[in-house]
Design a protein around this ligand. Structure first.
Ligand SMILES: [Zn+2]
Length: 253
């Protein structure tokens, strides 16, 4: 086994020795239209029996993608239309600093209703904002849009981003966005996971936050698919490890 895999399994063994369970979860972004990559993603979830939190773009999502998703797939809300509203000099975001919060909330509430109607019982009122960006002042108002959870990137600093708004982020992005959107490589992905687990074990990060793997089916190359396959296969039967459903993490059921 190559080194970084071994380092991850060694870290998982430390959790097991301490009588603790490693919690992983899987979020995939940008679901909208049916296609080979989305079909492959859902087939992978089913074949490996891994729960998948699929973040769908409400205003673009076609109902068909939810009909065949199967019981392991939960649907999160990926913004509203995924349009970049950033001003010059601002990082890419759907929720620009210049947009009045009330206007953003109206948009989010309408999008939530749309997505809930299309996705049915698999929909969870959890916002995964595009580019993982959301102004703090909006988080405190998400409840008004019917949202109860928030998922961004990096270790969370609080269990609730605002009262009644549970936060569970992702921590391992497998895409190298600035290097041609290729797979980051197994070593880098595994290092990020091991780092978050070690930080939680030593209480440098919130130990109660499941470690989130972030994927983007539309841009996966063969190496990315092969990596995910190996990750799920090699962790599925570990006694000290659990792949969590988003429902469990966000306490929506
Ligand atoms: Zn996105």
């Amino acid at each position: 086994m190559n080194t970084e895999w071994q380092v991850l399994f060694d870290e998982i063994a430390r959790w097991k020795d301490a009588g603790r369970t490693v919690e992983f979860w899987w979020r995939d972004d940008d679901a909208a239209r049916p296609g080979p990559a989305l079909s492959r993603l859902i087939a992978l979830a089913q074949r490996s029996a891994t729960p998948l939190a699929l973040a769908a773009i409400p205003m673009q999502a076609e109902k068909e993608i939810f009909d065949n998703a199967g019981p392991l797939v939960s649907i999160l809300q990926h913004g509203t239309d995924h349009a970049n509203r950033a001003a010059a000099g601002e990082k890419k975001t759907e929720f620009a600093a210049s947009e009045p919060p009330a206007a953003a909330i109206v948009r989010l509430a309408a999008a939530r209703r749309q997505l809930e109607m299309k996705a049915g019982k698999n929909f969870l009122p959890v916002l995964a904002p595009p580019w993982n960006r959301l102004p703090d002042r909006l988080a405190s108002q998400l409840a008004a849009a019917g949202l109860r959870g928030l998922s961004q990137y990096g270790p969370r600093t609080r269990v609730e981003a605002a009262p009644g708004l549970r936060q569970v982020n992702t921590h391992v992005d497998i895409i190298a966005w600035r290097s041609g959107r290729a797979f980051v490589g197994a070593d880098q992905a595994l290092r990020a996971a091991t780092k978050h687990l070690a930080a939680k074990r030593t209480a440098a990060a919130d130990p109660g936050e499941a470690t989130g793997w972030l994927t983007h089916h539309a841009v996966h190359d063969e190496a990315a698919w092969a990596f995910l396959e190996r990750l799920f296969e090699s962790t599925r039967d570990l006694p000290a490890l659990a792949w969590r459903r988003a429902e469990e993490l966000f306490h929506t059921s």
